[in-house]
Ligand binder design. Sequence first.
Ligand code: NOJ
Length: 544
Amino acid sequence: MNEYKERVVYQIYPSSFKDSNNDGWGDIQGIISKLDYLKDLGIGIIWLSPIYDSPMDDMGYDISNYKQINPRFGTMADFDKLMVEAKKRDILIVMDLVINHTSTEHAWFKEAIKDIPNNKYRDYYIIKDGKGDKVPNNWDSAFTGTCWKKIDGLDNKYYMHLYCDTQADLNYHNENVILEIEDIMKFWLDKGVYGFRCDVINNIFKTSLQDDSIFKLYNKGEKFYANQKGMFDILKRFRTEVLDKYNCFLVGETGALTPEIGREFLSSRALDMFFEFDHIYADKMSKIPVIKSDFQAKKLVEPIFKWQEAVPWIANYLENHDQLRSVSRYGNEKEFYKETAKMLCLFLLSLKGTPFIYQGEEIGMTNVSDLKLEEVNDCASLSTIKTVQKLLPVSEEKAWKMINETICRDHARTPMQWDDSTNAGFNEGAKTWLRMNNNFDKINVKNEIEDEDSILNFYKRMIKFRNESDVLKYGSFERQIVSNKICSFYRTYKGRRFLIILNFSDDIETYWLKDKLSLVISTYKEDFHLNALPPHFGGIFEVI
Ligand code: NOJ
């Protein structure tokens, strides 16, 4: 069945969604209590960011036990209840599969570093001898700095961590590792989950460990581990050995892609869809992402259109737990806040592919205007800030400003804003694990339910429209205009043709009519004319 092509996905970041027991952390019971909200919004699939046991150094992307629930989030009984309650509402649940690495707290890793003969677990990880007193190669961690850490108590041995230093990379040259992962997938699929979002999946197989060019600024090593044949072979094996036996799908998180590789993911069935990362540099430098640049609509839309043309299906997103908030990035948050958020909603939901909405996006949650370095939890920001200070070199204050404006993931991770009571109704007043965004008195679900013209009510309309529209679900894509002001594209299915027009500018723009159009849905209530499209307007027209 093709539910994953027909439904809208909503990503829940469990720590920040809803805290049912007032301990400062969101939890599974909290999620259950909000299923009716999600049903009403029109959501058909939930992607749960990791809820497994974890020391939370990288907020659950460092798993210490794949078959247990993190007690902060509840129990396995809570999870089973979530499955039952979601099913009652015809909502499918997708888990996060984080298999490039485990936490260094995982039992496999603890065994791996024991100094015993024929240690079976040593080879579960990428553990190598140092070169003299140096690390085994010159590769970087994605969070900057070397990707190697010396193991205490072992003679000159290092483990690889492509992410933070408590996330040890697994060794996919080892058959036992592959079998363990297959077993984990079956465990959750047997519980009825509808598939997995696969974390940094195209990095799992390291073909060789040789040094990369010393001239590369960062991501050294990538060409030896991104998109390797070995990774395709493993994913294809997962498909035939495990996934084909269930009704489920895989969406991959895949940086460093080309259209050819993207197509290979789909044609080989290694993945059912993937997230591309080309459009996230619309307001920062792609070569040095900690340097902010002015937002340009073309830099957002052109890569999105490129991918629409390149592959038959894709996972579309503007936000997730790793990105800054879209309404604060891709428009005019100050003067045209509502208009920007609604236009981005219409854009996301009218593209070809599966739309992924991140919690809070549907109410226009923003970046935190006064986030301070002392308040930051995000391990990537904390590690990158040191590198920026060292390399550039700049003061801590300047380095923090750069990180804050470009890559700090905490902007998207503040607790969900349900109402204007204490802690925005996220909980009943206990200190939250990450600070609240102070604007919750204005931006919250309760206010937006009451306001007919709210961002939330527009999301509801747009999701309903998409859920019922064959043109938006199955139609082909054809670009029309890409500029820093107007962008437009067609979607066509069985003789029906929609034209989607977006105005990214703060001005009234003229759209020169070629087609005869009739308005289907738009972000503005007032009347407007195509010769005078209001600022940050979005509309779907039927070509007649
Ligand atoms: C991608 C996840 O989305 C991110 O949050 C995490 O830090 C890295 N992968 C490492 O697992």
